[in-house]
Design a binder for this molecule. Sequence first.
Ligand code: COA
Ligand code: ZN
Length: 320
Amino acid sequence: MRDGLQMEPVFVPTSEKVALIDEIGHCGLNRIEATSFTSAKAIPALSDAEAVMHEIERVPGVRYAALVLNRRGAERALECGVDELNLVVSANETHNLANTRMTRAQAVRALLDITAFCRDRLAIGVSIATAFGCPMEGAIDIDSVLDIGNQFVAAGVRGITLCDTTGMANPRQVKAVCGALAARWPGIELTLHLHNTRGMGLANVVAGLDAGIRHFDASLGGLGGCPFAPGASGNICTEDLVHMLDAMGYATGVDLERLIACARRMPGLVGHGVPGQVQHAGAWDHRFPPPADLEATRERALARELSGDAYRAMRPVVER
Ligand code: COA
Ligand code: ZN
Protein backbone atom coordinates (compact mmCIF):
# COMPACT_ATOMS: atom_id res chain seq x y z
CA MET A 1 0.00 0.00 0.00
CA ARG A 2 2.86 2.42 0.76
CA ASP A 3 4.96 2.15 -2.38
CA GLY A 4 1.87 1.18 -4.39
CA LEU A 5 -0.04 4.37 -3.67
CA GLN A 6 2.64 6.98 -2.92
CA MET A 7 2.92 8.18 -6.53
CA GLU A 8 -0.76 7.89 -7.51
CA PRO A 9 -2.37 11.23 -8.36
CA VAL A 10 -5.73 10.19 -6.89
CA PHE A 11 -6.34 10.09 -3.17
CA VAL A 12 -7.76 6.67 -2.37
CA PRO A 13 -10.31 7.25 0.41
CA THR A 14 -9.15 6.08 3.84
CA SER A 15 -12.05 3.65 4.21
CA GLU A 16 -11.07 1.93 0.97
CA LYS A 17 -7.41 1.70 1.96
CA VAL A 18 -8.46 0.19 5.29
CA ALA A 19 -10.84 -2.31 3.67
CA LEU A 20 -8.13 -3.45 1.27
CA ILE A 21 -5.43 -3.77 3.95
CA ASP A 22 -7.89 -5.76 6.08
CA GLU A 23 -8.55 -8.16 3.22
CA ILE A 24 -4.82 -8.49 2.36
CA GLY A 25 -4.19 -9.25 6.03
CA HIS A 26 -6.07 -12.52 5.59
CA CYS A 27 -4.19 -13.63 2.47
CA GLY A 28 -1.21 -15.11 4.35
CA LEU A 29 1.40 -12.40 3.72
CA ASN A 30 3.70 -11.87 6.70
CA ARG A 31 4.37 -8.15 6.35
CA ILE A 32 2.25 -5.28 5.06
CA GLU A 33 3.73 -1.81 4.64
CA ALA A 34 0.53 0.07 5.30
CA THR A 35 1.55 3.71 4.84
CA SER A 36 4.28 6.29 5.36
CA PHE A 37 4.62 8.99 8.01
CA THR A 38 6.04 11.64 5.73
CA SER A 39 5.12 15.19 4.85
CA ALA A 40 1.60 15.49 3.44
CA LYS A 41 2.92 18.03 0.96
CA ALA A 42 5.53 15.60 -0.34
CA ILE A 43 3.25 12.53 -0.41
CA PRO A 44 -0.40 13.66 -0.41
CA ALA A 45 -1.65 10.17 -1.31
CA LEU A 46 -0.64 8.92 2.16
CA SER A 47 -1.60 11.94 4.24
CA ASP A 48 -4.10 9.81 6.19
CA ALA A 49 -1.41 7.62 7.80
CA GLU A 50 -2.73 7.94 11.37
CA ALA A 51 -6.31 7.13 10.39
CA VAL A 52 -5.20 4.13 8.34
CA MET A 53 -3.05 2.71 11.15
CA HIS A 54 -5.77 3.24 13.74
CA GLU A 55 -8.59 1.76 11.69
CA ILE A 56 -7.02 -1.36 10.18
CA GLU A 57 -7.55 -4.79 11.68
CA ARG A 58 -4.27 -6.10 13.12
CA VAL A 59 -4.31 -9.71 12.00
CA PRO A 60 -2.14 -11.85 14.32
CA GLY A 61 1.05 -13.02 12.63
CA VAL A 62 1.14 -10.08 10.22
CA ARG A 63 3.71 -7.31 10.78
CA TYR A 64 2.29 -3.88 9.95
CA ALA A 65 5.14 -1.61 8.85
CA ALA A 66 5.35 2.05 7.91
CA LEU A 67 7.96 4.13 6.13
CA VAL A 68 9.71 6.84 8.11
CA LEU A 69 12.36 9.36 7.05
CA ASN A 70 12.78 11.61 10.09
CA ARG A 71 12.26 11.82 13.84
CA ARG A 72 8.83 13.38 13.49
CA GLY A 73 7.75 10.49 11.30
CA ALA A 74 9.08 7.99 13.84
CA GLU A 75 7.16 9.67 16.67
CA ARG A 76 3.94 9.63 14.65
CA ALA A 77 4.46 5.94 13.81
CA LEU A 78 5.14 5.03 17.45
CA GLU A 79 1.93 6.74 18.53
CA CYS A 80 0.04 4.55 16.08
CA GLY A 81 1.61 1.34 17.35
CA VAL A 82 3.16 0.19 14.09
CA ASP A 83 5.00 -3.13 14.38
CA GLU A 84 7.97 -2.13 12.31
CA LEU A 85 9.66 1.04 11.05
CA ASN A 86 10.98 1.04 7.50
CA LEU A 87 13.75 3.66 7.49
CA VAL A 88 14.90 4.74 4.03
CA VAL A 89 18.23 6.14 2.90
CA SER A 90 19.66 6.08 -0.61
CA ALA A 91 22.99 4.49 -1.48
CA ASN A 92 24.01 7.67 -3.32
CA GLU A 93 23.92 11.38 -2.63
CA THR A 94 21.85 12.65 -5.57
CA HIS A 95 18.81 10.45 -4.99
CA ASN A 96 19.00 10.92 -1.25
CA LEU A 97 18.94 14.71 -1.62
CA ALA A 98 16.08 14.57 -4.15
CA ASN A 99 14.05 12.21 -1.97
CA THR A 100 14.65 13.45 1.57
CA ARG A 101 16.28 16.88 1.12
CA MET A 102 19.10 15.72 3.37
CA THR A 103 22.62 14.71 2.40
CA ARG A 104 23.23 11.01 2.66
CA ALA A 105 25.40 11.55 5.73
CA GLN A 106 22.66 13.64 7.41
CA ALA A 107 20.06 11.00 6.60
CA VAL A 108 22.21 8.19 8.00
CA ARG A 109 22.76 10.19 11.20
CA ALA A 110 19.05 10.96 11.58
CA LEU A 111 18.04 7.35 10.99
CA LEU A 112 20.71 6.00 13.37
CA ASP A 113 19.30 8.35 16.03
CA ILE A 114 15.82 6.98 15.38
CA THR A 115 17.19 3.43 15.58
CA ALA A 116 18.79 4.10 18.95
CA PHE A 117 15.59 5.75 20.22
CA CYS A 118 13.16 3.07 18.95
CA ARG A 119 15.19 -0.15 18.95
CA ASP A 120 13.78 -1.48 22.21
CA ARG A 121 10.19 -0.64 21.34
CA LEU A 122 9.67 -2.19 17.92
CA ALA A 123 11.37 -3.86 14.97
CA ILE A 124 13.41 -1.67 12.67
CA GLY A 125 14.39 -2.29 9.11
CA VAL A 126 16.42 -0.04 6.86
CA SER A 127 15.80 0.18 3.13
CA ILE A 128 18.78 1.17 1.03
CA ALA A 129 17.33 2.88 -2.05
CA THR A 130 19.16 2.95 -5.41
CA ALA A 131 21.26 0.01 -4.19
CA PHE A 132 21.58 -1.35 -7.75
CA GLY A 133 21.76 1.94 -9.65
CA CYS A 134 20.54 5.54 -9.57
CA PRO A 135 18.59 7.01 -12.49
CA MET A 136 20.61 10.24 -12.15
CA GLU A 137 24.10 9.05 -11.15
CA GLY A 138 24.16 5.61 -12.78
CA ALA A 139 26.14 2.71 -11.34
CA ILE A 140 26.40 2.36 -7.57
CA ASP A 141 29.49 1.00 -5.88
CA ILE A 142 28.57 -1.96 -3.69
CA ASP A 143 30.90 -0.49 -1.03
CA SER A 144 28.47 2.40 -0.44
CA VAL A 145 25.68 -0.10 0.18
CA LEU A 146 27.94 -2.13 2.45
CA ASP A 147 29.05 0.95 4.37
CA ILE A 148 25.48 2.15 5.07
CA GLY A 149 24.30 -1.37 5.89
CA ASN A 150 27.21 -2.00 8.29
CA GLN A 151 26.30 1.07 10.34
CA PHE A 152 22.70 -0.08 10.75
CA VAL A 153 23.67 -3.68 11.47
CA ALA A 154 25.94 -2.36 14.23
CA ALA A 155 23.02 -0.24 15.50
CA GLY A 156 20.86 -3.35 15.90
CA VAL A 157 18.31 -3.26 13.08
CA ARG A 158 16.38 -6.43 12.37
CA GLY A 159 16.50 -6.27 8.61
CA ILE A 160 18.00 -4.62 5.57
CA THR A 161 16.12 -4.17 2.31
CA LEU A 162 18.04 -3.71 -0.92
CA CYS A 163 15.99 -1.51 -3.23
CA ASP A 164 16.20 -1.38 -6.99
CA THR A 165 14.34 1.92 -7.06
CA THR A 166 13.93 2.28 -10.82
CA GLY A 167 14.42 -1.25 -12.12
CA MET A 168 18.05 -0.92 -13.20
CA ALA A 169 19.28 -4.22 -11.73
CA ASN A 170 19.87 -7.31 -13.83
CA PRO A 171 19.81 -10.92 -12.60
CA ARG A 172 23.58 -11.45 -12.60
CA GLN A 173 24.10 -8.28 -10.60
CA VAL A 174 21.33 -9.21 -8.14
CA LYS A 175 22.81 -12.64 -7.54
CA ALA A 176 26.32 -11.25 -7.01
CA VAL A 177 25.26 -8.38 -4.72
CA CYS A 178 22.81 -10.43 -2.66
CA GLY A 179 25.27 -13.30 -2.29
CA ALA A 180 28.05 -10.97 -1.12
CA LEU A 181 25.88 -8.98 1.33
CA ALA A 182 24.11 -12.02 2.79
CA ALA A 183 27.55 -13.42 3.62
CA ARG A 184 28.54 -10.14 5.34
CA TRP A 185 25.33 -9.83 7.38
CA PRO A 186 24.41 -13.24 8.80
CA GLY A 187 21.40 -13.07 11.09
CA ILE A 188 19.98 -10.03 9.30
CA GLU A 189 16.67 -10.45 7.48
CA LEU A 190 17.65 -9.48 3.94
CA THR A 191 14.79 -8.38 1.67
CA LEU A 192 14.77 -7.54 -2.03
CA HIS A 193 12.64 -4.59 -3.11
CA LEU A 194 12.39 -4.67 -6.90
CA HIS A 195 10.72 -2.49 -9.49
CA ASN A 196 9.78 -3.84 -12.89
CA THR A 197 10.63 -0.66 -14.79
CA ARG A 198 12.57 -2.55 -17.46
CA GLY A 199 10.89 -5.94 -17.32
CA MET A 200 13.63 -7.60 -15.25
CA GLY A 201 11.70 -7.76 -11.97
CA LEU A 202 10.74 -11.43 -11.71
CA ALA A 203 14.00 -12.57 -13.31
CA ASN A 204 15.71 -10.67 -10.50
CA VAL A 205 13.56 -12.53 -7.96
CA VAL A 206 14.87 -15.83 -9.32
CA ALA A 207 18.42 -14.49 -9.09
CA GLY A 208 17.73 -13.42 -5.48
CA LEU A 209 16.33 -16.87 -4.66
CA ASP A 210 19.51 -18.42 -6.05
CA ALA A 211 21.48 -16.20 -3.67
CA GLY A 212 19.34 -17.37 -0.72
CA ILE A 213 16.97 -14.38 -0.43
CA ARG A 214 13.57 -15.37 0.99
CA HIS A 215 11.90 -11.99 1.60
CA PHE A 216 10.53 -9.88 -1.24
CA ASP A 217 8.63 -6.60 -1.28
CA ALA A 218 5.95 -6.33 -3.93
CA SER A 219 2.82 -4.37 -4.65
CA LEU A 220 -0.69 -5.44 -5.67
CA GLY A 221 -1.25 -4.99 -9.39
CA GLY A 222 2.38 -3.87 -9.77
CA LEU A 223 1.63 -0.26 -8.78
CA GLY A 224 4.23 1.97 -7.17
CA GLY A 225 7.31 4.08 -7.73
CA CYS A 226 9.30 6.80 -6.04
CA PRO A 227 7.97 10.28 -6.95
CA PHE A 228 11.51 11.66 -6.54
CA ALA A 229 13.25 9.26 -8.94
CA PRO A 230 12.93 10.23 -12.61
CA GLY A 231 11.41 7.49 -14.75
CA ALA A 232 10.17 5.47 -11.77
CA SER A 233 7.45 2.90 -12.31
CA GLY A 234 5.77 0.06 -10.46
CA ASN A 235 7.07 -2.55 -8.07
CA ILE A 236 7.09 -6.19 -9.00
CA CYS A 237 3.50 -7.32 -8.73
CA THR A 238 2.54 -9.23 -5.56
CA GLU A 239 0.12 -11.65 -7.17
CA ASP A 240 2.45 -12.33 -10.13
CA LEU A 241 5.29 -12.96 -7.66
CA VAL A 242 3.28 -15.34 -5.48
CA HIS A 243 1.99 -17.10 -8.58
CA MET A 244 5.52 -17.63 -9.92
CA LEU A 245 6.82 -18.88 -6.57
CA ASP A 246 3.85 -21.28 -6.22
CA ALA A 247 4.44 -22.58 -9.75
CA MET A 248 8.13 -23.12 -8.90
CA GLY A 249 7.16 -25.15 -5.84
CA TYR A 250 8.00 -22.66 -3.08
CA ALA A 251 5.67 -22.66 -0.06
CA THR A 252 4.63 -19.02 0.17
CA GLY A 253 1.80 -19.51 2.64
CA VAL A 254 -0.26 -17.08 0.56
CA ASP A 255 -3.80 -17.77 -0.64
CA LEU A 256 -3.30 -16.85 -4.30
CA GLU A 257 -6.97 -16.79 -5.31
CA ARG A 258 -7.83 -14.46 -2.45
CA LEU A 259 -4.83 -12.28 -3.29
CA ILE A 260 -5.86 -12.07 -6.95
CA ALA A 261 -9.34 -10.99 -5.85
CA CYS A 262 -7.69 -8.13 -3.87
CA ALA A 263 -5.50 -7.19 -6.83
CA ARG A 264 -8.54 -6.95 -9.11
CA ARG A 265 -9.78 -4.10 -6.92
CA MET A 266 -6.74 -1.94 -7.72
CA PRO A 267 -7.78 -0.51 -11.13
CA GLY A 268 -11.06 0.67 -9.59
CA LEU A 269 -9.25 2.27 -6.65
CA VAL A 270 -6.66 4.18 -8.67
CA GLY A 271 -8.77 4.82 -11.77
CA HIS A 272 -6.55 3.17 -14.38
CA GLY A 273 -5.30 -0.21 -15.54
CA VAL A 274 -2.41 -1.88 -13.69
CA PRO A 275 0.63 -3.76 -15.03
CA GLY A 276 -0.03 -7.04 -13.16
CA GLN A 277 -0.61 -9.98 -15.50
CA VAL A 278 -1.98 -12.89 -13.49
CA GLN A 279 -5.06 -10.92 -12.46
CA HIS A 280 -6.02 -10.97 -16.14
CA ALA A 281 -4.69 -14.38 -17.23
CA GLY A 282 -5.50 -16.38 -14.07
CA ALA A 283 -3.04 -18.91 -12.63
CA TRP A 284 -1.04 -21.17 -14.95
CA ASP A 285 -3.28 -24.13 -14.06
CA HIS A 286 -6.43 -22.22 -14.94
CA ARG A 287 -8.10 -24.02 -17.87
CA PHE A 288 -10.17 -22.20 -20.46
CA PRO A 289 -13.03 -23.97 -22.31
CA PRO A 290 -12.14 -25.00 -25.88
CA PRO A 291 -13.89 -23.24 -28.81
CA ALA A 292 -17.61 -24.08 -29.05
CA ASP A 293 -17.26 -25.42 -32.61
CA LEU A 294 -14.44 -27.83 -31.73
CA GLU A 295 -16.44 -30.97 -32.70
CA ALA A 296 -17.42 -29.49 -36.06
CA THR A 297 -13.77 -28.59 -36.63
CA ARG A 298 -12.73 -32.18 -35.85
CA GLU A 299 -15.31 -33.55 -38.28
CA ARG A 300 -14.14 -31.24 -41.04
CA ALA A 301 -10.52 -32.23 -40.36
CA LEU A 302 -11.37 -35.94 -40.54
CA ALA A 303 -13.44 -35.51 -43.68
CA ARG A 304 -10.49 -33.80 -45.35
CA GLU A 305 -8.31 -36.78 -44.43
CA LEU A 306 -10.83 -39.25 -45.94
CA SER A 307 -10.90 -37.32 -49.18
CA GLY A 308 -7.13 -37.07 -49.16
CA ASP A 309 -6.70 -38.51 -52.67
CA ALA A 310 -9.06 -35.97 -54.15
CA TYR A 311 -7.34 -33.23 -52.13
CA ARG A 312 -3.88 -34.25 -53.38
CA ALA A 313 -5.18 -34.40 -56.93
CA MET A 314 -6.15 -30.74 -56.63
CA ARG A 315 -2.61 -29.63 -55.83
CA PRO A 316 -0.54 -28.36 -58.76
CA VAL A 317 2.27 -30.77 -59.63
CA VAL A 318 5.59 -28.99 -59.50
CA GLU A 319 7.96 -30.24 -62.15
CA ARG A 320 11.57 -30.26 -61.11
N1 COA B 1 5.37 14.12 9.00
C1 COA B 1 4.57 15.17 8.69
N2 COA B 1 5.02 16.33 8.22
C2 COA B 1 6.34 16.47 8.13
C3 COA B 1 7.22 15.45 8.46
C4 COA B 1 6.70 14.23 8.91
N3 COA B 1 7.45 13.18 9.21
N4 COA B 1 8.47 15.89 8.25
C5 COA B 1 8.38 17.16 7.81
N5 COA B 1 7.08 17.50 7.75
C6 COA B 1 6.52 18.76 7.27
C7 COA B 1 7.02 19.95 8.06
O1 COA B 1 6.20 20.18 9.16
C8 COA B 1 6.92 21.05 7.06
O2 COA B 1 5.57 21.45 6.95
P1 COA B 1 5.21 23.00 6.71
O3 COA B 1 5.79 23.32 5.34
O4 COA B 1 3.72 23.00 6.73
O5 COA B 1 5.87 23.75 7.79
C9 COA B 1 7.26 20.36 5.75
O6 COA B 1 6.97 18.98 5.96
C10 COA B 1 8.72 20.49 5.40
O7 COA B 1 9.48 20.11 6.53
P2 COA B 1 11.07 20.19 6.63
O8 COA B 1 11.51 19.72 7.93
O9 COA B 1 11.53 21.53 6.14
O10 COA B 1 11.50 19.08 5.65
P3 COA B 1 11.83 19.17 4.14
O11 COA B 1 11.08 20.17 3.36
O12 COA B 1 13.30 19.17 4.10
O13 COA B 1 11.25 17.74 3.68
C11 COA B 1 10.88 15.38 4.18
C12 COA B 1 11.85 16.53 4.12
C13 COA B 1 11.68 14.12 4.10
C14 COA B 1 10.15 15.45 5.46
C15 COA B 1 9.84 15.47 3.06
O14 COA B 1 10.46 15.81 1.84
C16 COA B 1 9.12 14.16 2.88
O15 COA B 1 8.33 13.75 3.71
N6 COA B 1 9.35 13.50 1.74
C17 COA B 1 8.75 12.24 1.38
C18 COA B 1 9.73 11.40 0.64
C19 COA B 1 9.14 10.04 0.32
O16 COA B 1 8.24 9.54 0.96
N7 COA B 1 9.68 9.41 -0.73
C20 COA B 1 9.22 8.16 -1.22
C21 COA B 1 9.54 7.01 -0.39
S1 COA B 1 11.23 6.58 -0.33
ZN1 ZN C 1 10.06 1.15 -4.25
